[in-house]
Each structure stands twice: as structure tokens, then as C-alpha cells.
Design a protein around this ligand. Structure first.
Ligand code: 3PY
Length: 248
């Protein structure tokens, strides 16, 4: 069965609530496409107004982060039940900015994957190597280690509904993009790894995105590759260009 394409914007720490509502209105007609899952992953403070603003459209809302406990003394955090109650469907985890700037490790990310599934959220699990690992030629070993840890104890049925985003760190916020062949090589490797860790049916079902400076001019080539099922889009998700990527 063909995998449904998924294009998700990662707004990062951009857009005040009023700017967010304006952006949703600007993009509304541009992102219409019934054959693609379109997701806006937005800052916590934008979730409620954006869920309201996308009502009646083809867009779903995702969060950029959450904490693994349901409630309690965790100042500054938001929980999976809070996200679900607010109408959120997806949540990003394992993004290199959270790994590198906020020190999140694979043990926490693994707990997030399990918690998100248990709460009814779809994880968008990010992985990817640094420039040093790319140059050393050990990037596949690194990605295998990340995914194996992050999916420890996660069932095949859950992985069938997972979204994995391959985001080489050297292509994030640098303007550099992996070539379509480089991206496809790693996305195919991730699919083979899922077949090894689970089985062929699970590997066929899991959706794998490329992320890292995907934009309106390179999206069509990246998305033409057999193992790239979509994109996790940074800066270009804040512009009308996002509509071009959805329809690429
Ligand atoms: C980027 O494209 O910059 C991203 O980090 C997407 O998540």
C-alpha cells in the first residue's frame, strides 16, 4: 500500500499568537491538498489559537515538545494529555536543537516516543548526524544507534504509525541541503533498519521525512525519491513557499 505523504512545518521559536493566526489565514488556500497530510508544529503558546484557526481546513496541529509526566511539579513543561485536550495530533521529538541545546538524550526521547503513543499522539521522531560524523563516514552507525535506542520497547504496530524525520545537522539552519541522493541513501537505510528491528510490513508502513533546509526549489526532487515520504520544514514553513512544498 502506498504511504501517504506528510509535510510538516516546524515553526521553532517563531510567531507570536497573533502572527500565527495571520500566517494560518495566509497559507489556508496554498496548502490545500487532499492527498497529503499537512501539519503545523507550533510553539506551545500558539497551539490553542492555531487549532482554532485551522478548523475546517486540511491542516493538523503538532507540538514541538512535551514532557513525559501527565502533571505535577514540572515548572515550564506541558504534558501529552494537555496537548491531546487542546486538539494536537503530532509531536516532534529528538530534534537536534533539543538534543544539542537542551541536552535531551536517547533515554528521554525513548520515553517520549512511548508516552506520545500511549496518549494518542503521533511522534515525529528526528534523527541525524553532525558534519564531523558525515565526514568520518560513520553517519549510518550513528543513526542506527539513535533509532535503536529511541524505539526500544516500542511495538511494531506503533512503529507503523510513526513518522521518522532524517535531519542531518549540517543541513539545519545552514542553508546547506543534503542532495536528493544523500537524503534517499539515509532514508532507505532507515527503512532497512526498521525491517531488521521489526519486519518488512512495518518498514513498508513507517513514514520517513527528510528535514534540513527543504524549500520550494529542492522539494520536488527530494520528494521524488522512493524512500522519502515527506518533509519536516524549518524556515520555509513560515512563508507562502510552504504551499509550494505541500504541492511539490
Ligand atoms: C530545518 O529545516 O531547519 C529543521 O530543523 C526542520 O525541523
Amino acid at each position: 500500500m502506498a504511504r501517504r505523504r506528510i509535510i510538516a512545518g516546524n515553526w521553532k521559536m517563531n510567531m507570536t499568537p497573533s502572527e500565527a493566526v495571520k500566517l494560518v489565514a495566509e497559507l489556508k488556500d496554498l496548502v490545500k491538498n487532499d492527498d497529503v497530510d499537512v501539519v503545523y508544529c507550533v510553539p506551545a503558546i500558539d497551539i490553542v489559537p492555531v487549532v482554532e484557526a485551522v478548523k475546517g481546513t486540511n491542516v493538523n496541529v503538532g507540538a514541538e515538545n512535551f514532557y513525559i509526566e501527565d502533571k505535577g511539579a514540572f515548572t515550564g513543561e506541558i504534558s501529552a494529555p494537555m496537548l491531546v485536550d487542546a486538539g494536537v495530533k503530532y509531536v516532534i521529538m529528538g530534534h537536534s536543537e533539543r538534543r544539542d541545546i537542551f541536552g535531551e538524550d536517547d533515554i528521554l526521547i525513548n520515553a517520549k516516543v512511548k508516552k506520545a503513543f500511549a496518549a494518542g499522539l503521533t511522534p515525529i521522531l528526528c534523527c541525524g548526524e553532525s558534519l564531523a560524523l558525515r565526514k568520518a563516514g560513520t553517519y549510518k552507525e550513528w543513526i542506527e544507534r539513535q533509532i535503536t535506542w529511541d524505539l526500544s520497547g516500542v511495538t511494531a504496530d506503533q512503529v507503523k504509525n510513526l513518522v521518522i524525520a532524517y535531519e542531518p545537522i549540517w543541513a539545519i539552519g545552514t542553508g546547506e541541503t543534503a542532495t536528493a541522493d544523500q537524503a534517499e541513501e539515509v532514508c532507505a537505510f532507515i527503512r532497512e533498519l526498521i525491517a531488521k528491528l521489526y519486519d518488512g510490513a512495518t518498514a513498508e508502513a513507517v513514514r520517513i521525512q527528510y528535514g534540513g533546509s527543504m524549500n520550494a526549489s529542492n522539494a520536488a526532487e527530494l520528494l521524488s525519491k522512493p524512500n522519502i515520504d515527506g518533509g519536516l520544514i524549518g524556515g520555509a514553513s513560515l512563508k507562502p513557499d510552504f504551499g509550494k512544498i505541500v504541492n511539490a
